[in-house]
Every structure is written in structure tokens, then in C-alpha cells.
Design a protein. Structure first.
Length: 247
């Protein structure tokens, strides 16, 4: 019996090679790839934004827009930021322009080389589990269109929690998809597809305070931006009731 990565409920068969959690709504691959398999398949992967100056500029502009929410959360006290799955370094570049000290990791050696050559960013090679860090050193950890690509999203959030100082923030941008969305907007490189409830549960179960979540509707899916703070003490207040799951 396969269990949900988030809440450990028994999973049910769904669509497109996914299993669905009846409790939190997470879809995860029936055969989840290992980190080693992702590194092999992704070593030469390049986003389309790396292929033209116009697309690069657009990606960086969107990163600047998204960083505004994180800047409000930290009240302008920028420190060390770690971008998980940095691709060509777009978020790192934008954050550095805003005054952050930036680190990040990536499994595509082609993207790392591109980021160094074109944006001047130095990106660590490897999955997050392989990266050395000082616990509590970071003010922010970002998963910018990354969490849905990972071999174990829950383990990545647990590591992010360890990386952050008390009062530090995790920022996540991820598509939210139910069964109908997956059928209409299938992404072959996604290991998981989240619902609002699943993302909310993942963050609180990893120890973060109740997240601030905003959504934007697109034709075949909803995009979510979530911000959650690492508590400044060991006492956590009960989270408010989650909104009803709509799909």
C-alpha cells in the first residue's frame, strides 16, 4: 500500500500515472523517481527562458514581482536567501539585485553553466539533500516553481525548516491541480501535483506557522504563492480550520 508523502493516508488510483490522496488531495506519481534518476534525466535540461534575451528578461521581471511578497514578510531585513532548484539562476539574480545574499542549487549542469555565463550567479550542483549548510543561517528559502518537481517534497520542506533562522520565511510558488486540471494541463516532469489543502498541510506538518496563501486562476489550473514563517519559539498555536477542498 502506497501512502501519501504528506499525511500518510492510503492513496487511490487516479489519472496519468498518478495516485491521489483522499485526505489532503495530493497527487503523486505511482512510481516516484529517485533523486539519482532525476539528476540523470535533468542534467541537460534548460528552460525556454534561457534561449532568448527577451524571455530571460521576462523571467527576471516576474521574479522581482514575486519577491515583493517576501520582502514584505521579512520587513526589508534581507539576509541570506537560498533558492531550491534554481534553474538558470533567475530568482537568485533578481534577489541579489534587491539586496539579498544568494545561494541556490540545481541538478542541470547545463543550466548552472548558463547561469554563471549569462547572469553571473554561482549555483551549487546537486539535490537539496546533498547541499551542506549551517542550520539557521538563512532568512529565506524559496521554491520558485520547484516543489512539484522533487523526489520528496516533504523532505525538502523539512530541510528548508532546518536552514532557516527562527523568524525566517519559506516562499513557494506552485500550480494547484485537481484531477480535471491534470488531464487538461499534464506536466510530464512533475512528480507531484498539489491542492490548496495539500500545500497547507505540508507546511504546517513540517513545523511552519500557518501559511499565508494567495491564488491566481489560469485556464487549466490555479497558481498559488505561499509564505510561511519558522516560529521564533517552540510553542505553536493551533492553525485555523482549512478551507473546504473544492477539487
Amino acid at each position: 500500500m502506497t501512502k501519501c508523502l504528506i499525511c500518510e493516508a492510503a492513496l487511490e488510483a487516479s489519472v496519468k500515472g498518478y495516485l491521489k490522496c483522499p485526505a489532503c488531495g495530493l497527487h503523486q506519481r505511482e512510481k516516484m523517481p529517485t533523486a539519482a534518476a532525476l539528476k540523470r534525466s535533468g542534467k541537460n535540461f534548460m528552460l525556454s527562458a534561457c534561449r532568448s534575451d527577451k524571455r530571460t528578461a521576462t523571467r527576471i521581471r516576474v521574479a522581482h514581482q514575486d519577491l515583493k511578497a517576501l520582502d514584505r514578510a521579512v520587513k526589508g531585513e534581507r539576509g541570506l536567501l537560498f533558492d531550491v532548484g534554481a534553474a538558470g539562476g533567475f530568482m537568485m539574480y533578481a534577489a541579489a539585485e534587491c539586496g539579498w545574499q544568494v545561494h541556490g542549487n540545481e541538478i542541470s549542469t547545463a543550466a548552472i553553466t548558463w547561469g554563471r555565463k549569462n547572469l553571473g550567479v554561482e549555483i551549487y550542483y546537486g539535490v537539496l539533500e546533498e547541499i551542506s549548510f549551517d542550520p539557521g543561517a538563512y532568512t529565506a528559502v524559496t521554491f520558485w516553481n520547484t516543489l512539484e518537481h522533487l523526489a520528496n517534497p516533504m523532505r525538502a520542506l523539512e530541510i528548508a525548516f532546518q536552514m532557516l533562522r527562527p523568524g525566517g520565511w519559506v516562499y513557494i510558488k506552485v500550480p494547484l491541480k485537481c484531477v480535471e486540471d491534470i488531464e487538461h494541463a499534464y506536466e510530464g516532469k512533475h512528480t507531484c501535483e498539489f491542492t490548496y489543502s495539500a500545500l497547507q498541510a505540508a507546511l504546517t506538518m513540517c513545523g511552519f506557522d500557518y501559511p499565508i496563501m494567495t491564488t491566481t486562476s489560469h485556464e487549466h489550473f490555479t497558481e498559488c504563492m505561499a509564505l510561511a514563517e519558522k516560529p521564533t519559539c517552540d510553542v505553536l498555536l493551533p492553525a485555523p480550520a482549512a478551507p473546504a477542498q473544492t477539487c
